[in-house]
Every structure is written in structure tokens, then in C-alpha cells.
Unconditional design. Sequence first.
Length: 280
Amino acid sequence: MARLTAGLTTSHIPAVGAAMDLGKTGEDYWQPVFAGYDWTRQWETAQKPDVVVLVYNDHASAFDMKVIPTFAIGCADSFPIADEGWGPRPVPVVEGHADLAWHIAQSCILDEFDMTIINEMAVDHGLTVPLSLIFGQVAKWPVKVIPVAVNVVTYPPPTGNRCWLLGEAIARAVASYEEDLNVQIWGTGGMSHQLQGPRAGLINREWDTAFLDRLTADPEALRRMPHIEYLREAGSEGIELVMWLIMRGALGPKVRELHRHYHVPASNTAVGHIVLEPAP
Ligand SMILES: [Fe+2]
């Protein structure tokens, strides 16, 4: 059977992708951002996942005001790289796992999570930057990817608790898939950042650190955290952090923290990264 073996979270800052694409990772400004991923790259080489369920949000690349799915799952065999205004990032096409994706879609919908099924979708920095951070600059991604796109751009995004419950439903779906696959789930976005208005540039290290602590120590509190707290404490784009709760819900009640990285700033955003595995 398929096994959900680990989860990780990471920011998906577009400038981080650009730094990699433009060969700037060794510069003084960027070096500490990327150094925090060295441990994970080594760990991931040993883990060798077959599939990553990658939770992210689209930034008006595949969806716009015409269509706003709260939860969408990519069921295609492959996903082209979106052109976000500077041409597509020079990274490999993302290969899907259509059979497992359809299985998850079916399992979640029959489990009363009405996912939007997407068969054609370009993927933007929200999905490709995490892949670059964990796998580096490669000719071909070493995993299949099942994109799970969450609306956190247009109000209302889903609640943290709803995200958690979706994570649990995804875990049940993976556990009922017959092929022996090593599956990971990643939650992306965050941490504190605000891109517009008088508070543009907001970073809240203390609150971010507490959020990272609570992923392991007190996830029940995170499930109940209202949107207004994300907005007030982590800025208008900090709401992306609800997506981390899909990853966290999927790993079950207890987890072990394997690695953590927090760095300020990258672009105008706090970088947060954590690696977790289910604990008995
Ligand atoms: Fe984002």
C-alpha cells in the first residue's frame, strides 16, 4: 500500500526561485537562505519519495477571478511551467501521478471533500520554488507531483480546521491506494509577509516562531486560529500559512520535528521551513 512517510513546509517566495535561476545563491544576501535547506536536500536524497502531494496556491497564473476553486487537485500526467511575466522558469516540466491523483480525488469527494478536478493547469512559483529548494537545479524532477491548489488569494480562504480535515482525508486516501509508494506531503507559502498597503514589508519573527513551535507542540490551537489573527500578526499574505495545516493534518496527531530553518528577510518575506515525520 502507499505510505505517507513525511511532511515538510516551506515558503515559496518567487525571488528565491529567481535567485536560483540567475545563479545568485552564493551571494551574501542569499547564502543563509539556501544554507537552511542543505540538511533537507541530504535527507531527501535518502528518503527517495515516489510522489509528493504538493499543497500550494496559484497566484493568478492558472486561476483568475473567473474561477476560484477553494481546493483543486491536479490529475494530469504533466503540468507545464507558468509564464508569470518573465517567461516560464527554466525548470523541468512537472510530472503528475494521474492514477493516485484520481484516487485521492475520488476518496476525498466520497469522504465529503468536494475537490475541483483539474486536468490542464500550468504551475507557478508556488509549486516550482519548493521543488527547486528541495531538489536543486536538476534536469528532471526526481518525483511525481500531485498539485493541490488552495484559494488563499480571494476572500474567503478555507479555515485552518477545514484544511486540517482535508489533510486527514488525503492521508486516508493515500493509505487506501494499493500500489507500494513512498508519498510525502508538502505545505507551502508564508511565513509573515504583506505585499501592499501601509504595513507592506511586515515581518513578525516572534509569531512565526510560535507558529513553527505549535505545528509540533500544539496543533489543536492552530486548527482554531481565526483568519483575523493571520492577518493581524502575519500580514495579508501570511494567510498562506493555513495551507501548512493540510500537511500537518495529514501526518496525524503526533509528529517529530526533524529540521527547522527560519530566516529574515528573503525579498520582503520571512522564510520558514520545517520537516516533520509522523510519530507513534
Ligand atoms: Fe504565495
